[in-house]
Write a protein that binds this ligand. Sequence first.
Ligand code: C2O
Ligand code: CU
Ligand code: CU
Length: 495
Amino acid sequence: MSRRTFLKGLGLAPSTLLIPRWVMAAQAKNPLQIPPRLDDIASEKGKSYSLRAQAGTREFIAGLRTPTLGINQDYLGPTVFLRRGEDVELNVSNTLKEQTTLHWHGLHVPAKADGGPAQIIEPGTTWSPNFTVNQNAGTFWYHSHLLHKTGEQVYRGLAGLIILEDEKSDMLDLPKNYGVDDIPLIVQDKRFNSDGSLAYIGSPRDVMMGFFGDKTLVNGTLDPVFRPTTQRVRFRLLNAANARSFTFAFDDQREFQLVATDGGFIEKTVSCSSLVLGPSERAEIVVDFNDASPCKLISLPLGSPFAARGMMGRMQAGNNARSELLTIEPAAKLEQSPALPTELTTLSPLNPRDAATTRKLTLSMAMGMGMMGGRGRRGGGGGGNFFINGQAMDMSVINYRVKKDTTEIWEITNDTMMMHPFHIHHSQFQILDRDGLAPEAHERGLKDTVKVGPGETVRFIMRFENYADPNTSYMYHCHILEHEDNGMMGQFTVE
Ligand code: C2O
Ligand code: CU
Ligand code: CU
């Protein structure tokens, strides 16, 4: 007898029953948590930061303890503040019972310091890369990059934000009071089991489409509310989901100003009413709350050209509903903010005629059975059902050797029915065109990840300079982590 028929037998409607605590918690609003700042200590290598991968538990849902991973805390990690020109050393210790790595997504660093799948941190050991911060101000992030395990470790919490400042960001009159009017929003989707534990891959579809949750967390907060105290707020949006794209918008359709993308400021602010970020993409937006009316940051269903097609479109549809991300309730009296600058920076476009080569990469996937993640075919150096130029990731194969101090064009063709967010390590790039058309205003800035829609071809141009190391590679891959973990990744050296 099912619970429902049993209840019927008692003459009870299900709604008259005690509501489980977690349902009530879902209706309550929790103050948005702000990741703490990570303080540095001076060392002979410059500023030194301590990051510790650890296991813990977090009460996302009232009354339930969720086993999690985190950096210096139970879930996610502190925000690392870097300044251009500074020498930094990051001491990453692994207190987990498993291997991990920590990658500085979007940072321009030597290959050895990159934290990719080759820079494994064994349990009980510390990895201490150092480098000079050498790029524009912007919002970046760090996350686990362990071969075949990135999806699972990031999902359980091994990720955090990096905020990089420079002289330009100092000069610009933008909201910059961290936690007050400069607010990170690390957005992720999760699926919880009834005991509060996080569900991860449960079916082949979770690998094929990438893993989707049915609840969203912002900075690890379920059902978050943020109460602005200033007229304008700068949100640093990070899509830290494994597979979901978020189409950010406000439920009252208010416009917002885009000021920065993955690699830092765009040249002029762009006014938007919605903005799509694929996994790992960032955007800094400034929102005006002068009307003091409450609103919600929401995600709209993914539209063209990035929505999946055909059978995959039908599978994605259920994952792709409108969702509420953050309730915003401005204070009755708001502190004035300075007028928003419209001119932000100047970027020098790389010239396609200076490109030494064009590399063509085609993304593809095997369909049908055998999509179940991991287990069984994990041996060796890689493998899986996702390919770049017909090859799955292989740790023993260096796919490209790039010459230092050259410029290259990379042409990415998506031969599948769903979007893949293509990410490359080492540097930021500039998008040249999307199916032959010049990028729209919001895609004209520096990027390290670009969404390539089903059937699309995207070209970008990038400069490879400063660091050379013939023995250590950088990665490029799809940032749907289940795709990355199952083969859609490759490696290159700069030498
Ligand atoms: Cu965000 Cu290769 O990673
Ligand atoms: Cu990266
Ligand atoms: Cu993909």
